[in-house]
Design a protein. Structure first.
Length: 132
């Protein structure tokens, strides 16, 4: 859990890898994740979960081993719910934020809002849910 108002940032961009092994990765309610690489060795669950009513930012972060298509509808790199507002930006990257093919990059639930700005996202499935 990244506390409200806190920034989780790699000192050397994308050289710090967070390996996600649980059903959910980093939880964010109102903070920033910057220049972190997320990797999931198994193919179930998400990398970053954004919930609540705050505003969050994911900047220059990359994702591998993302897309499980496990049927819960939550398998994506970034999952949002409630009234969360999140902006995902490339942070100067000229390559895709994800590596490899998969189901979804973002799954937005409830009244959450997602903005993707100045970023390249190449995935195997452009829209829809992963099965539920």
């Amino acid at each position: 859990v990244v506390p409200n108002g806190v920034t989780l940032q790699a000192v050397n961009p994308r050289q710090a890898t967070l390996e996600v092994t649980g059903s959910h990765g980093v939880c964010l309610t109102s903070g920033t994740i910057r220049n972190v690489h997320f990797h999931r060795p198994s193919n179930q669950g998400g990398h970053v979960e954004v919930s609540g009513g705050g505003t969050s930012f994911i900047e220059g972060s990359t994702f591998t081993g993302v897309f499980g298509c496990g049927g819960s509808g939550w398998e994506a790199a970034v999952e949002t719910s409630g009234k969360a507002k999140v902006t995902i930006s490339g942070g100067g990257l000229t390559t895709s934020l994800i590596d490899g093919m998969g189901c979804q990059f973002v799954v937005a639930r409830g009244e959450s809002e997602v903005t993707i700005a100045n970023a390249l996202v190449q995935a195997g499935k452009a829209a829809g849910t992963s099965g539920s």
